[in-house]
Design a protein around this ligand. Structure first.
Ligand code: SF4
Length: 197
């Protein structure tokens, strides 16, 4: 019962954040959006995925990772023994940058409190950073994906795993086996953490 109350309260906090995001005008990205994309997933998600920003289909639907990269992400999740419904998926900015450009530091900073709020609420076992902008924002601005992808890194009480963005592997097929291997390792790490609980 107490656990259920804790989950209900976490779900309420996540919904509060989502409601704020949908009304947000803190940066200029709100001007071009059709829908803000707060992110989605259960309040007891053990794994969180953080990408760069919504694309065209995400902007149209108000949901994260629903385009081609999202379908690829769903397939990769199976490699980790996960299904989409049990993970939380969001981005460092919640509104689509024009032409899918990289978000500016000002936009990332303006949006940061929503992401921090989601992380603090979920306290996931593992946070997967999809792509360089998410990795630079949460881990290391000078990080090189080729060097740090796939390896767990502890920081501020959280375990992060930087990974290539699924969209990058759609454009560069050589990254596909790398992503597959990193998701397989993610599954192994998660099972180990759960066994230690
Ligand atoms: S990107 Fe973030 S800070 Fe900018 S308007 Fe959207 S929700 Fe607000």
């Amino acid at each position: 019962m107490i656990q259920d109350e804790g989950l209900a309260s976490r779900a309420a906090v996540l919904e509060e954040i989502a409601a704020e995001v949908r009304q947000c005008t803190l940066c200029d990205l709100h001007r071009g959006r059709t829908h803000a994309v707060p992110g989605e997933g259960p309040p007891d998600a053990r794994v969180m995925f953080i990408g760069e920003g919504p694309g065209r289909e995400e902007d149209e639907q108000g949901r994260p990772f629903v385009g081609p990269a999202g379908r690829y992400l769903n397939a990769l999740l199976q490699r980790a023994g996960l299904v989409r419904e049990e993970v939380f998926i969001t981005n460092i900015v919640k509104c689509r940058p024009p032409g899918n450009r990289e978000p500016t530091p000002t936009e990332v900073e303006a949006c940061r409190s929503y992401l921090d709020g989601q992380i603090a609420c979920l306290r996931p076992h593992i946070i997967c950073l999809l792509g360089r902008p998410a990795t630079a924002t949460l881990l290391d601005p000078s990080a090189t994906m080729g060097k740090i992808h796939g390896s767990p890194i502890s920081k501020d009480g959280f375990t992060y795993i930087p990974m290539y963005h699924p969209a990058a592997a759609l454009h560069n097929q050589r990254l596909a086996p790398v992503l597959t291997e990193d998701f397989t390792r993610l599954g192994l790490l998660l099972r180990r953490l759960l066994a230690e609980e």
